[in-house]
Design a binder for this molecule. Structure first.
Ligand SMILES: [Zn+2]
Length: 467
């Protein structure tokens, strides 16, 4: 089977390249209103590619923003599990354009890589899926896939998915599935297959302390009235203890500790701390005691000060008690912390640190983002692992964590199905940056893995995917 899939993909790699070349020429930048028609053209192009692949149901779903492509291919087997594949067809802006070595919308093959905006994020990855479906059918001799496939390909992920949750709620019935496959991430290295097993969530707070109604003379009033700048400093200092532990009561209550097996796998992830330090342009590493740098940036929740200010900022001195001060805070969350509960805990903590006479206003930026987690002992993850290992001739895949989650948490919440990540981007793909590229051999391996995955999921079955 492995060899059949491999040779089918190798024999048809030129089709994938031709598709890439055509689609990457469409500058579907969702963040730029003047590109609206191009984003629509990008959706239509992918819809047509799904029809060419054989999907019998292909629709373009309008939203209040950019359109989503939906394609469905029911399995003939009535007991087959249903798989929902998520990705996005829009791309990031290209500025600063002068740093590109080639035209971002004129795809250029350069040895093992292809350079263009969207090559890795996310068009290349969606196109490996189409080749994967064809390889799956050809090598199993089927006329419909072994699982019912639903592709949900969003058109404004790069603009923060502002209409995606509404779309999920509106189309919930059509999107019912037994497992979700997210295809918008990467692997550790070409020879180190891996899969994302978690994404951190986010809560943002903008805290404003208002003291006296005007700046006061510090010689006349200093020492006798509350000072909002000092209060903000005390609040900020109280956020962590000397071990880097967040001091907000209840902050860690819902944190799932990693299993022994997960922590062991994590130690095998190649991670060069010296290089990380160099990349950070920081002069030291710091963080929560008892955890490695890799754990600190992946599996641990954090509280960070993003900005702080108040009072006189000009040259020389100005002897005042300032009227106002602020601090901007962000909290990275891990499973199973809930944004609403963390907001409540932080709110209580800030109130407790607001001295009498200071008026406190907290602006919560949006509703927050929930973290998401893929437990590695689930059958869905095990099936993914087998499929990726077959494609990469590997014995195991390593777990990775990604910093920012996009629509994944919303999908998990709305559809209540287990989720796995099949993505083949590489850390140096320069996504969102000038000279974005994709390594072509990774796309071919992705196609192989997808072809294996539909067979693996079918073997696990609907019931199996629940465990
Ligand atoms: Zn993406």
């Amino acid at each position: 089977m492995t060899n059949d899939v491999r040779s089918y993909v190798a024999d048809h790699s030129a089709d994938l390249l031709a598709d890439l070349d055509a689609w990457l020429r469409i500058p579907g930048i969702s963040a730029q209103p003047e590109r609206r028609d191009e984003v629509i053209r990008s959706a239509e192009w992918f819809a047509d590619a799904c029809r060419r692949t054989g999907f019998p149901v292909v629709e373009i779903w309008p939203t209040d923003g950019m359109p989503t492509v939906y394609a469905e291919w029911p399995s003939e087997d009535p007991d087959a599990p249903t798989v929902l594949v998520y990705g996005h067809h829009d791309v990031q802006p290209v500025d600063p354009i002068e740093l590109w070595h080639t035209d971002p919308f004129d795809p250029t093959v350069d040895g093992p890589v292809l350079r263009a905006r969207g090559a890795s994020d996310d068009k290349g990855q969606l196109l490996f899926h189409l080749l994967g479906v064809r390889a799956h059918l050809a090598t199993t001799g089927r006329t419909s896939p072994a699982v019912t496939l639903k592709f949900l390909i969003e058109g404004e992920e790069e603009s923060g998915s502002p209409h995606f949750e509404a779309l999920l709620a509106e189309r919930r019935d059509r999107l019912q599935c037994d497992v979700v496959v997210i295809t918008d991430t990467g692997m550790l290295a070409e020879d180190t297959p891996s899969a994302v097993t978690g994404m951190r969530g986010l809560v943002l707070a903008d805290v404003h302390f208002h003291g006296p109604d005007l700046d006061l003379h510090s010689g006349v009033f200093g020492g006798a009235v509350p000072n909002p700048a000092q209060a903000v400093a005390r609040l900020t200092a109280a956020l962590h203890d000397d071990n880097g532990r967040v001091q907000v009561p209840g902050f860690y209550d819902d944190v799932l500790e990693l299993s022994e097996q997960e922590r062991e796998l994590l130690t095998r992830v190649p991670f060069d701390e010296a290089r990380f330090l160099e990349t950070s342009k920081s002069r030291a590493l710091a963080g929560e005691a008892g955890y490695s740098t890799l754990e600190r940036i992946g599996i641990r929740p954090t509280a960070e000060v993003n900005g702080i200010g108040g009072g006189y900022q000009g040259a020389g001195s100005k002897t005042i008690i300032p009227s106002d001060a602020f601090v901007k805070l962000s909290f990275r969350l891990v499973a199973n912390q809930r944004p609403a509960a963390i907001r409540e805990a932080v709110h209580a903590f800030i109130e407790e640190h607001t001295p009498p006479g200071i008026e406190c206003t907290i602006n919560w930026e949006a509703a927050g983002v929930a973290p998401c987690l893929v437990p590695i002992d689930t059958q869905a993850y095990q099936a993914l692992s087998r499929a990726v290992c077959a494609a990469f001739d590997a014995d195991l895949i390593l777990p990775t964590w990604e910093g920012g989650s996009g629509p994944e948490a919303a999908i998990q919440q709305e559809l209540q199905a287990p989720m796995v990540f099949l993505g083949v981007g590489l850390p140096d793909d320069q996504i969102h940056a000038p000279n974005e590229k994709v390594t072509l051999s990774m796309l071919y391996k992705g196609a192989e893995a997808a072809a294996h995955l539909w067979r693996e999921f079918a073997e696990v079955g609907r019931e199996g995917l629940k465990s």
